[in-house]
Design a protein around this ligand. Structure first.
Ligand code: ARG
Ligand code: ZN
Length: 466
């Protein structure tokens, strides 16, 4: 429909004298265009991501000196304008930008807080492909999140632990850092010989010259910026292939090796069990990065290859693996919906226990339900945590899982597992919102569930038992 409008307008203009057409102005090729928004519109992280363009692919070439902690890099972004674009932002904090080009021509840029503001030499046409290259260097520093935790590029005694949820991607590469925008990635990482640099996806090559080793990783499936990693350390590497043909690459800090070994041995079985429940594993590669990063206190579901701050227990392995379906393949469009990641990964833990001789999900639910109304668990509703400082709180994780358990009780096991599977497969490599999930649950079960979701996802305080 839109195309015919445009054609008709052109036809009219063609009959108007050139000078008059210039006066009308609206379709003249010199129309000014507008600046891309500095954020993607997230209510909790208003400056995360940017408006006006989509990044199709990131090509990151980075060199890290583990002694001086200097990072030197070039980021080449293949993008597409979603509006006529006179100017656009990238997210980047700290570091020093030494040059920016757009389509290989030098562009003007300035820094404004976490925004790198780029003015291309020529306005970019709506819908047009363009390439931005940013060269930069400096000592990356972690980002402190609203809840006081740290994420991003976190130096360790032998490298760096790199985990960007929710805001840390901007601490090590310039980009469109909101999960709304998903991209493929190439990582070319050079580190001192003896250190290993581990990123997402498949390892294409590894070679050493002049005491430096370069690792080339590629993630071909769409990935949110916060799920990218380039974790560096002195790692023991172990590779294998699962019976389903998934390539496993594990990198383990030797100080964590004996504690990690029995848990990592379970990874193929955990992925097979989750595939049975949630549908096919979304990626070709998998694995774990087990670092020794004492001050972090969390793991992250970095796509294909979660990063752990120390040897994980089996429950954590199950949790981060479940995120590959819920969070990584099916991404958020708003951090407010984070229960779609954490509630689901937590419920995967409960299901794992139930199906492997541990407590039933009902027993786990009942134990949580017994906690007093004053407990932190009831402080805010899972699907409306209120601010960025609450996105990793127990109401999002545990009460989010309780909401799924109540859904399961209401629709029965058959429909519940059909819903989980349809969610993962129907939104694979894409996005999902809370409203889309509740609609799907109603559609597949044929039941009205608004009361249940209102109570368990959106209401303040401890719900009464149904
Ligand atoms: N998504 C991670 C997990 O539950 C937690 C990340 C926490 N990040 C943070 N900055 N505190 O597996
Ligand atoms: Zn999680």
């Amino acid at each position: 429909r839109r195309r015919t409008t445009v054609l008709r307008r052109r036809a009219v203009l063609a009959t108007v004298p050139v000078a008059l057409a210039a006066l009308i102005g609206a379709t003249a090729p010199t129309a000014p265009g507008t600046a891309g928004a500095p954020g993607a519109g997230d209510p909790y992280f208003p400056l995360s991501g940017n408006g006006g363009y989509h990044v199709r692919h990131y090509d990151l070439t980075l060199r890290y000196d583990t002694t001086t902690r200097n990072l030197r890099g070039t980021a080449v972004l293949s993008a597409r304008a979603t509006q006529r674009l006179s100017r656009f932002d990238l997210d980047l904090t700290g570091l020093t930008v030494t040059g920016v080009t757009v389509d290989r021509t030098p562009a003007t840029f300035r820094r404004d807080g976490q925004e790198l503001v780029v003015t291309p030499p020529r306005t970019l046409p709506a819908g047009g492909a363009f390439q931005v290259a940013v060269t930069y260097q400096g000592t990356p520093a972690p980002v402190t999140d609203p809840d006081g935790s740290q994420d991003g590029w976190i130096p360790t005694d032998d490298g760096a632990f790199v985990a960007g949820e929710p805001q840390g991607a901007m601490s090590w590469f310039p980009g469109n850092a909101h999960p709304k925008d998903k991209s493929s990635y190439d990582f070319t990482l050079t580190v001192p010989q003896g250190r290993t640099a581990v990123a997402n996806g498949e390892l294409l090559s590894e070679h050493t010259t002049h005491g430096q080793t370069t690792f080339h990783w590629r993630e071909t499936r769409p990935m949110a910026a916060y799920l990218a990693t380039a974790t560096i350390g002195t790692f023991r590497v172990e590779r294998s292939t699962t019976p389903d043909g998934i390539q496993i690459y594990n990198a383990v800090d030797p100080r964590e090796a004996s504690a990690a070994a029995p848990v990592l041995k379970q990874l193929p079985a955990v992925l097979a069990w989750e595939s049975k429940l949630f549908g096919p594993y979304p990626y070709r590669s998998a694995g774990a990065i087990v670092d020794h990063a004492p001050d972090i206190g969390y793991a992250l579901e970095t796509q294909t290859r979660p990063v752990y701050d120390s040897a994980p227990d089996l429950t954590t392995l199950v949790h981060e693996s479940a995120h590959q379906w819920f969070g990584d393949s099916v991404s958020l469009t708003s951090w407010k919906d984070v229960w779609l990641n954490e509630g689901f990964a937590t419920y995967a833990e409960w299901l794992y226990s139930e199906q492997h001789g541990g407590d039933s999900a009902q027993k786990t639910f009942d134990a949580l339900y017994a906690s007093p109304a004053s407990d932190a668990l009831w402080a805010y509703p899972p699907a409306d945590p209120g601010s960025g400082k609450n996105i990793f709180g127990t109401p999002v994780y545990s009460r989010g899982a309780m909401a799924l358990h109540e859904l399961r009780r209401a629709v029965g096991d058959r429909d519940f597992f059909r819903i989980l599977r349809a969610w993962a497969t129907g939104h694979r490599d894409g996005h999902g919102t809370t409203a889309q999930f509740t609609d799907l649950a109603e559609r597949l079960s044929g039941k009205r569930l608004d009361g249940l979701f209102h109570t368990w996802l959106f209401s303040k305080g401890k719900p009464n038992k149904a």
